[in-house]
Design a protein around this ligand. Structure first.
Ligand code: ZN
Ligand code: ZN
Length: 164
């Protein structure tokens, strides 16, 4: 029987992709998941401040060719951890896109020790800051864009005589 179980790194990077589905800026969808000892500590995606309008609804807010309406996925994951009083010290950050410089600096200062990202990212100042700070960058092939669920294995979702 074929084993389709994803390895841990692939699993958490897929979770980051899943988080990115909630992103609200059409210019870019990002997701970030912090993990320590195989436990998810916090997740984030790029989105507007709580209660404020989304780029998707009112358009982007462009400054110097960047949309500044949203907090980036890494920052939103950090703030989620902060709200819940969770330390991310020593954790791994799984991110769907290589961080911008500001997010890299924030993750480094928060004690992130490893970053896992898709293999085809472009080297940026973030890469340099991570490397200079002794943070391991692992590059992974992009997991399949489609998550296939084997519906027959969800017994409760199966149509039975009764539910028909
Ligand atoms: Zn936007
Ligand atoms: Zn960023």
């Amino acid at each position: 029987m074929k084993n389709n179980r994803p390895a841990w790194d692939e699993y958490f990077l897929k979770l980051a992709m899943l988080a990115s589905e909630r992103a609200t800026c059409p210019r870019m969808h990002c997701g970030c998941v912090f993990v320590r000892d195989k436990f998810v500590l916090a997740t984030g995606y790029n989105g507007s401040l709580p209660g404020l309008p989304h780029c998707e609804d009112v358009g982007c807010l462009i400054v110097d060719n960047h949309c500044v309406r949203t907090n980036h996925a890494e920052i939103n994951a950090l703030t989620q951890a902060a709200i819940h009083g969770i330390s991310v010290k020593g954790a791994t950050a799984y991110i769907t896109n290589m961080s911008c410089t500001s997010c890299a600096k924030a993750l480094i200062a928060a004690g992130i020790k490893r970053v896992v990202v898709f293999s085809d990212f472009h080297d940026t100042l973030a890469t340099q800051f991570y490397t200079d700070s002794g943070i391991e960058i692992s590059k992974l092939d992009m997991p399949g864009k489609i998550i296939n669920y084997e519906i027959e294995k969800y017994t409760s979702a199966k149509k039975t005589e009764k539910s028909n």
